[in-house]
Design a protein around this ligand. Structure first.
Ligand code: BES
Ligand code: MN
Ligand code: ZN
Length: 497
């Protein structure tokens, strides 16, 4: 299994640097700015203290590298310290730009990458306030993430320290790190292991957190879930599951936030098989929405937030088999709406529709949010750094937008274009599910319009995270593969309610 999640803590840094405290650090990160000249952005007295302790001149070191080091955001100058008895082996001078939460996040990710898979104890002197201390710390830990099922000794785990003055952000940082980390682990775990049953088993383990309860439905329990069954019964070996994870703080019952996550453990496309076949390789990550929804509830519980949060995980494999659904099938969703199936590769909206209708009928949500790797069209439009956000509530959109910019999981407010709704017409059922009538294109928008048919009168947000849920390269905060997108955004947003 995976190695441990990096530990974070705070310390009195001058005691640490001078070696008066026992706790040893191995790496020290210093902030660098470049406004008409590179500068180590710490106080003169601290700079002197560092120089004295490590017997170096930072000015000389900067002069030595010359123009090769520009000090731009996240660029790192490495100063090895030879033969130092205090165990600190390296100083990293890192560009921190404008010292915004965004820039400190980038700097943090670069530092995290430097000490990835090592037992480094890195103390950073970069943050200048609590906001950027939070994003910096989270990015350092997440930048050091990697995943593998290689046999043999497991890689080591670094730890990260910040100044005591920001210790108040530690708890939140720890929760955001572990929430995102575990989401990534779930997403990276391949579909032969991460089956609907296995994921529901993972979810059950969180049932021991105070005020968290879990309910799992399978087999006959899914009678009314026509969409989840139509998709998930394509696999008789890994049949579908519906998982409800609730966090209910004792003191408060409102607002109630319900998160519905797309949990397709593998998306072959079904009978409408995905082509070319290599686009299937990434499809173990088609449960990223469910993983993020699960870990958001867990995060809310760990932070003891005064909001009630429920996640509905719609877990199914979209397989190609003798029990797969067919194009032209008509299915009956939770609540009775009938839908004509066109392309079996548009399976996500079918499982979400049941979850949304279930939430509307039974859970009385104040906010109903679905999160899903839903359409290739969303990625075409926004690429990897923005999720597509749909909602009729402008204020809510603005808030999610602001939170996303701050925490580093950005969303773009997309239009629910009513003129395109006629695309959903069907001759034989209430709707056709791929919204392909009249060839409007705009696949992410029409998918959102389809989902809206199942949310009743709820205040609803749809997050199409097909782009940002997966990273195609190993860079910045993200490993190649699952990014854990959504946990930070939704958890931070919950703290604003
Ligand atoms: N899971 C895919 C969407 C996807 C594609 C996510 C690429 C991440 C990367 C989804 O189930 C799908 O296949 N959508 C189709 C819908 C179409 C058939 C209407 C798509 O976007 O092509
Ligand atoms: Mn699909
Ligand atoms: Zn899919």
């Amino acid at each position: 299994m995976n190695r441990q999640i990096p530990k974070i803590s705070s310390a009195d840094f001058s005691a640490l640097i001078s070696g008066k405290k026992k706790k040893e650090i191995t790496h020290l990160a210093l902030p660098v700015t470049n406004n008409d000249g590179i500068e180590i952005a710490v106080s003169q007295s601290l700079k002197r203290e560092i120089e004295k302790t490590f017997k170096i001149s930072l000015t000389d070191e900067l002069a030595k590298v010359g123009p090769a080091f520009t000090g731009k955001v996240a660029e790192i100058l490495e100063i090895p310290l030879l033969g130092d008895e205090k165990k600190v082996s390296r100083i990293y001078c890192v560009g921190i730009g404008e010292r915004s939460p965004q820039d400190l996040r980038k700097a943090g990710a670069a530092l995290g990458r430097k000490v990835k898979a090592s037992n480094a104890q890195l103390l950073t002197l970069c943050p200048s306030d609590e906001s950027n201390a939070l994003t910096h710390l989270v990015a350092m830990a997440l930048g050091s993430y990697s995943w593998s099922e290689k046999s043999g000794p497991q890689p080591e785990t670094p730890s990260f320290l910040i100044s005591d003055s920001y210790r108040r952000v530690l708890k939140k940082a720890e929760v955001l790190i572990s929430g995102t980390w575990r989401t990534r682990d779930l997403v990276h775990t391949p579909a032969n292991i991460a089956t609907p049953e296995w994921i529901s088993g993972q979810a059950k383990r969180f049932g021991k957190i105070p005020n968290v309860s879990i309910k799992v439905l399978s087999g006959q329990g899914l009678r009314e879930f026509g969409g989840l069954k139509a998709v998930g019964n394509s696999s008789t070996v890994h049949p579908p599951r519906f998982v409800r994870v609730s966090y209910q703080p004792k003191a408060r019952t409102s607002p109630h936030v319900v998160l519905v996550g797309k949990g397709i453990t593998f998306d072959t496309g079904g009978v409408s098989l995905k082509r070319p076949y290599d686009v299937m390789m990434g499809m173990k990550s088609d449960m990223s929405g469910a993983a993020a929804a699960l870990m958001t509830v867990v995060s809310a519980a760990e932070l003891k937030l005064p909001v009630r949060v429920t996640a509905l995980l719609m877990l199914a494999e979209n397989a190609l088999s003798g029990t797969s659904q067919r194009p032209s099938d008509v299915i009956k969703h939770y609540g009775g709406t009938t839908v004509e199936v066109i392309n079996t590769d548009a399976e996500g909206r079918l499982v979400l529709a049941d979850g949304l209708a279930y939430a509307d009928k039974h859970l009385d949500p104040d906010y109903l949010i679905d999160i899903a790797t839903l359409t290739g069209a969303a990625t075409l439009g926004l690429s990897r750094y923005y999720g597509a956000m749909y909602t009729r509530d402008e204020k809510l959109a603005k808030n999610l937008n602001r939170v996303g910019d701050f925490i580093g999981e950005r969303v773009w407010h997309m239009p629910l274009v009513d003129d395109y709704s006629i695309a959903l017409e069907s001759d034989v059922a209430d709707f056709n599910h791929t919204a392909d009538k009249f060839a409007f294109q705009g696949g992410s928008i029409t998918a959102a319009l389809f989902l809206e048919k199942f949310v009743g009168k709820r205040r609803w947000v749809h997050l199409d995270i097909a782009g940002p849920a997966r990273s195609e390269n190993d860079a910045g905060e993200n490993p190649k593969g699952g990014t854990g997108f959504g946990v930070r955004l939704l958890t931070e947003w919950l703290t604003t309610l």
